[in-house]
Design a protein around this ligand. Structure first.
Ligand code: NAD
Length: 510
């Protein structure tokens, strides 16, 4: 059994586990004197304390990564590939262990947690092809006797700051391509569910990754600021809420770093009158309430066009009593609790607010959910939501699905395009021509056609538009490789004394 898994056996026996940092290939106890609580959201009980890093502790991780970079960047592509294949096998073999940690700290049901690990694993598998991905170009005889070629080189030490809602997958979106490209990595995971990162660190070590290539520092704003201001960190990837994404982008770039900062979302699903309503209702329930709505790609607003509205609301309402809410480790549960008590209460307050603002509460999640101290909230459906309401404007990030009614396709597209977020969007229709027009018209980074959560496969890149992404490059896939490398172009000529002469003119390609 791994150390992290052992911690949870201790938790069940009544002792509170301590979650430390991971620096230079080993667990390192925090010295800042600051720590934070970690809860099991299904029981409401504290399961662990996590050390919160000071700037000095962040610096220790950066220095370890900086030392490791000197050798890691020189390691051959074939050796790096071999290590990545071993990482792939170990993460695959330990996917149940990782998923269990996710359920115990985040609350999502075990099957969903396994799905999270599987989607992260796809990115690791993509990175097993690093030799192919990092190739440059070569032009022979660009000028007489002169060849030109391009290479992509790693940046150095890069940082990753991740949200609570995908504690294994989102870090994999970052560390896997970053390390495969030859960088070394300092991860600052969410302090709400930090254990998956520690198990990941152990697995990477077991796979043969040299010490210092992957480091974990836990923490809050203090640690994030230390990452953003550290002179030895070349680039930062961030995923989280929009206000913090904006802050990370502005602070990181001000400090001379390359930054990609993915923010929040308000994802719309448009249902046209010709859609298969049963299929759309199934999709809306799955995408709205899966992971208790705590997904950046969750559908939170349904835009029902014309006569689709009554049928759609009826079909969803019919399905809701069957959604089984409970402890994520119970195989019968389909939806777990929310991550913290504060977040649960905040989400519940939006149901109240929706009613005050004039929305129709078709199903009220406050009336259901298991008894006990867990952070549970049942599923909520709100009809007649209007764009000026807070429940429309804010990212609620919980099991609350809103329906807004419009008369035409154009009105539906305008709603999406006027929204400040632009992460995912979906359209449900049987009309291929309209779907094609929608893909052309819509201002969002990821589009689903009869697919409610269009998270791209690992060999495309993930990212939104507008306030859902600050920075130029999307995460993972080909753009991830670009983000974690910089280009260099070499112009070369081998000595030929016969053609050598002084020429003060501008170089010309003849
Ligand atoms: P968050 O912004 O609160 O936290 C994200 C990270 O930032 C954490 O590591 C946290 O410790 C740190 N942080 C929090 N407050 C900070 C501050 N004041 N200064 C500096 N750092 C700070 O986000 P969250 O609640 O953990 O995650 C949910 C959010 O993430 C939602 O808005 C969701 O849409 C978004 N998200 C987006 C994507 C995407 O791909 N666009 C994916 C997953 C989650």
């Amino acid at each position: 059994m791994t150390e992290v898994a052992e911690q949870f056996t201790e938790e069940q026996s009544g002792e509170t586990a301590r979650i430390t940092h991971w620096i230079d290939g080993a667990p390192v106890e925090g010295t800042s004197g600051r720590s934070g609580p970690v809860f099991n959201p299904a029981t409401g009980l504290q399961s662990a304390v996590v050390d919160l890093a000071s700037p000095e502790e962040v610096d220790a991780a950066v220095q370890a990564a900086k030392r490791a970079f000197e050798t890691w960047r020189t390691m051959s592509l074939s050796r790096r590939t071999e290590i990545f294949f071993r990482i792939r096998e170990l993460v695959h073999d330990h996917s149940d262990d990782l998923a269990r940690l996710l359920t115990l700290e985040h609350g999502k049901v075990f099957s969903d947690a396994k799905g999270e690990v599987a989607r992260g694993l796809e990115v690791i598998e993509f990175c097993c092809g690093i030799a192919q991905l990092i190739k440059g170009e070569h032009s022979e005889q660009a000028s007489t006797g002169v060849d030109v070629y391009s290479i992509r080189q790693p940046l150095g030490v890069v940082g990753g700051i991740t949200p609570f809602n995908f504690p294994a997958m989102v870090p994999m979106w970052m560390w896997a391509p970053a390390i495969a490209c030859g960088n070394t990595f300092v991860l600052k995971p969410s302090e709400k569910d930090p254990s998956a990162s520690m198990l990941t660190a152990e697995l990477l070590k077991e796979a043969g990754l040299p010490d210092g290539v992957f480091n974990v520092v836990h923490g809050d704003k203090v640690a994030v600021d230390a990452v953003l201001e550290h002179p030895d960190i070349a680039a930062v990837s961030f995923v989280g809420s929009t206000p913090i994404a904006r802050y990370v982008y502005e602070t990181g770039t001000k400090n001379g770093k390359r930054v990609q900062a993915l923010g929040g979302a308000k994802n719309h699903m448009i249902v046209l009158p010709d859609a298969d309503i049963a299929m759309a209702a199934d999709a809306a329930v799955s995408a709205g309430y899966g992971s208790a709505g705590e997904r950046c790609m969750a559908v939170s607003m349904l835009v029902a066009v014309g006569h689709a509205a009554d049928e759609l609301v009826g079909a969803i309402k019919e399905r809701l009593p069957n959604v089984k809410v409970g402890d994520g480790m119970n195989p019968d549960s389909e939806m777990g609790p929310l991550v913290t008590r504060e977040h649960r209460d905040k989400v519940a307050s939006y149901i109240e607010k929706g009613a005050e603002e004039g929305a129709t509460i078709v199903t009220d999640g406050r009336d259901s959910g298991p008894d006990g101290n867990g952070f549970f909230l049942g599923v909520t459906l709100m009809d007649d939501v209007k764009p000026e309401m807070d429940v429309y404007k804010d990212e609620i990030f919980g099991p609350v699905l809103g329906v807004t009614r419009v008369e035409t396709y154009d009105q539906a597209v305008k709603l999406v395009n006027d929204n400040p977020y632009g992460n995912g969007v979906a359209i449900f229709t049987r009309d291929g021509g309209v779907a094609r027009q929608f893909q052309f018209d819509v201002k969002a980074g990821m589009v689903g056609v009869n697919v409610p959560i269009p998270v791209p496969v690992a060999y495309y890149s993930f990212g939104g538009w507008k306030n859902s992404l600050f920075g130029d490059l999307h995460i993972y896939g080909p753009e991830g490789i670009q983000f974690y490398t910089r280009g260099k172009v070499v112009t070369s000529r081998w000595p030929d004394p016969a053609t050598s002469k002084v020429d003060l003119g501008f170089p010309q390609t003849r």
